[in-house]
Design a protein. Structure first.
Lengths: 156, 289
């Protein structure tokens, strides 16, 4: 039985598609495999955003607690998605809860480690930004569509 | 003068003139969600449903109120009845949603071009619906299920405002489980307990387990939802000539004469409602209020 190295596991994730081998090995040094059981809390609103995650299998619900209504899910993520962007933005604090909805495997990146490597290697840092910004833009667009209430009754 | 059933020139259930409504009794009426009701019609009242294809529509007439185009949500080929699923948005649809079994309506149809199911055979197929847009895709889903071996991988991505607004959920889950069809249910907003996805339809397109190069996509929903869905499908590599959208316009005559549903050089009633996106891409970007 062969055991996959972290580099090859990381290589399977669409987030790093096209990343050169050296850069991939460089950031893999900040990563580790993690598993969350169904219903396990990945992180909580207000906590230190000291990691971000590349989801390999399973699913994660992003939630906000609303008094009187409980935990409201506003987005679900699955295999191939990125979980967490607060590690990029000071003061590095989670702004929502994340909960595994099924048993979920992910790669967890130490945020301080990755930020340090991006500072150390500006080319890598720019590459990382080019990978994160489209995801953030897509999520912003999705949030706009949710706000637009497309399925509401048309006028008249 | 408003025609009443007794005044109609067409005898019960019979009319070959597309201008003259058949007068027929609603066989069954069932609430689906708040403000959405399915009316069923005995196929015998409409020539056994001859010529009705998934994606087409009929004109439903409530006497003394008015007439509206409503897609087929069931055909005799895929179920025991002809079905129309109606959402209350105006006076006529409100009147349709108030009907009970046994009450009479006027009915003209079937009209328009439906989903190109035969063309889609041999490849992968994505059925993508938003809100009430599931209704015209339901006969397509049933047709695919009945001829499942003729298609490659098939997926249904269905989005709605909330879980309580989703139509035909038990049927969708059973059909997709029975026929090896990937089912993705996406609610824009969800309360605790919802086990499907949360987010907008375009966000889940990358989760479709299909080969974009051999996929055809049938899309029906609010126009803004379709706009972003088509963009997302293009980003995945599904060509515009393999994306089909069902357009909604205010149809009146339903036979391509009056021009009320004119859409560029086409009449939606006659040339649609289902169009290859490649044929209407330029018009799709025109802002109509």
């Amino acid at each position: 039985m062969s055991i996959k190295g972290l580099d090859s596991i990381l290589r399977e994730h669409p987030f790093v598609a096209g990343l050169d081998d050296d850069s991939l090995a460089f950031i893999a040094g900040c990563a580790r495999n993690v598993v969350f059981d169904a219903d396990a809390r990945v992180f909580s609103e207000g906590g230190d955003a000291d990691h971000f995650y590349l989801i390999r299998e399973g699913g994660v619900a992003l939630e906000m607690f609303v008094p009187g209504r409980g935990e409201i899910t506003f987005l679900t993520l699955g295999a191939g998605d990125i979980l967490g962007s607060s590690w990029l933005v000071p003061p590095y604090r989670w702004t929502f809860d994340a909960r595994a909805v099924v048993r979920t495997r992910a790669l967890a990146f130490d945020a301080a480690c990755l930020r340090g490597k991006c500072e150390e290697d500006a080319r890598l840092g720019y590459d990382m930004m080019k990978r994160f910004v489209p995801v953030l833009a897509q999520r912003l667009q999705a949030a706009r569509l949710q706000l637009a209430d497309l399925y509401g009754a048309p006028a008249g | 003068m408003v025609p009443r059933p007794a005044d109609s020139a067409a005898p019960e259930g019979a009319s070959t003139d597309p201008w003259v409504p058949r007068v027929l009794a609603v066989a069954g009426a069932r609430d689906e969600t708040v403000g959405v009701r399915t009316l069923t019609i005995d196929p015998a009242a409409v020539d056994g449903g001859a010529g009705i294809a998934p994606g087409q529509f009929a004109m439903l007439y409530v006497f003394g109120v008015g007439e509206v185009p409503i897609s087929f949500s069931g055909t005799p080929d895929d179920g025991p009845a002809v079905a129309h699923t109606v959402r209350e948005v105006g006076p006529v649809t409100r009147a349709l949603c108030a009907l009970e079994a046994g009450e009479r309506i006027g009915w003209r149809g079937p009209f328009g071009r439906g989903w190109p199911l035969a063309e889609a055979e041999g490849g992968d197929l994505a059925l993508i619906a938003g809100g009430i847009g599931l209704a015209p895709l339901r006969p397509a889903l049933r047709a695919v299920k009945a001829r499942r071996d003729r298609f490659g991988r098939v997926a249904l991505l269905y989005g709605a405002r909330g879980p309580g607004d989703m139509l035909f959920l038990p049927e969708l889950r059973a059909a997709c489980a029975d026929a090896d069809i990937q089912l993705l249910l996406a609610a824009d907003h969800a309360e605790p307990g919802w086990t499907g996805e949360v987010g907008v339809v375009p966000a889940f397109l990358p989760r479709l387990k299909l080969d974009p190069a051999r996929t055809r996509a049938f899309v029906c929903g609010p126009e803004a939802m379709m706009r972003y869905t088509v963009l997302g499908l293009g980003d995945l590599g599904v060509g515009a000539d393999r994306i089909f959208v069902s357009m909604e316009r205010n149809m009146k005559c339903a036979v391509g004469l009056c021009g009320r549903c004119q859409f560029g050089g086409d009449f939606v009633c006659r040339d649609g409602p289902v169009f290859p996106f490649a044929d209407i891409a330029a018009r799709f970007a025109v802002r109509e209020r």
